[in-house]
Design a protein around this ligand. Structure first.
Ligand code: DO4
Ligand code: MG
Length: 289
């Protein structure tokens, strides 16, 4: 079963309030974001809430999404998993071979403990249709399209979104100890366009697609299914919560299975479009500060 065939809802954060979209209807919710999403059985709670609400018109809904959309994050930390797909392992072994770091990636791919790293606080995160940055001191840059989990404070996966884990391959490849600089900088993370909420398991056939355009021409296109991921989603969430608590939950990017060929690097004005079945599309333009 595909993700978009599940009974599901989309929750959008906008400058005018929170919009819940369910079965072709949209509702404006007067709630505070963190308190709303950080609960068990989010799906059931939202279903109940929508029953007592008057829906807004299609035009108002469209207007809010076009002009007022924010990233679906409140005060959560963003974490990321790495080397969860073979493609990511192979690309990293290649980029780190001159630095003698290739072994680490093979080992972490096989190890019981996954690679988890801190990615961003909310002020470094952008939303749909906003700019993401490449670093001025980096010569080789790629987007990383990743299914991203919203995990509540009890450690339960409550929702999904699309994440872009922007990465400097030149800095990471020079020395694996430079990973935080390759990964963490202003506007290095994009999340959006919404939270996708379902009370059923996400399908392993869910497709993730990346399209990069330059001057309106495709310069890279790739896709991967979730079933190519080495680890399970609850396994990643469990490791993250082993010794960390998250008072309002957190986001966890689950790793990339799509890496453009080694000769490819992003340029200013490129457009990065990531689509995940059922969730929607996250588009970001590349810029330098
Ligand atoms: O090991 C470095 C980062 C890996 C990563 O971000 C990914 O596999 O998506
Ligand atoms: Mg990544």
């Amino acid at each position: 079963m595909f993700l978009n065939q599940l009974v599901a809802m989309h929750l959008y954060k906008t400058t005018k309030g929170i919009i819940l979209s369910h079965q072709q209807q949209a509702f404006l919710l007067e709630e505070e974001w963190d308190a709303l999403i950080n609960r068990n059985n989010l799906f059931q709670y939202l279903l109940q809430l929508s029953r007592n609400k008057k829906n807004i018109s299609d035009d108002s809904f469209k207007e809010l999404l076009d002009n007022n959309l924010l990233s679906p994050i409140g005060n959560q930390e963003v974490w990321a998993a790495g080397v969860t797909y073979l493609r990511s392992r192979d690309a990293r072994i290649e980029e780190a071979k001159d630095a003698g770091g290739g072994d680490f990636y093979q080992k972490v791919y096989e190890a019981e403990r996954p690679e988890l790293f801190f990615k961003a606080l909310p002020h470094r995160v952008v939303g749909h249709n906003q700019e993401v940055y490449i670093r001025k001191d980096s010569s080789w840059n790629v987007p990383e399209p990743e299914l991203t989990l919203y995990i509540n404070s009890s450690g339960e996966i409550q929702a999904y979104t699309i994440g872009n884990d922007m990465s400097s391959r030149s800095i990471e490849g020079e020395n694996p100890l430079y990973l935080p600089q390759a990964k963490v900088y202003d506007k290095s993370a994009a999340l959006g366009p919404c939270l996708y909420i379902t009370d059923q398991l996400i399908s392993k056939e869910t497709n993730i697609q990346l399209v990069i355009t330059r001057n309106k021409k495709n310069v890279f296109e790739g896709s991967v299914q979730l079933n190519k991921m080495k680890r399970s989603l609850p396994e990643l969430a469990q490791y993250l919560f082993l010794e960390c608590s998250f008072p309002v939950g957190c986001f966890l990017m689950t790793g990339t299975g799509i890496v453009p060929p080694d000769h490819f690097t992003l340029e200013q004005q490129d457009e990065v479009n990531i689509t995940i079945d059922g969730i929607g599309s996250l588009a970001n333009k590349i810029a330098i500060r």
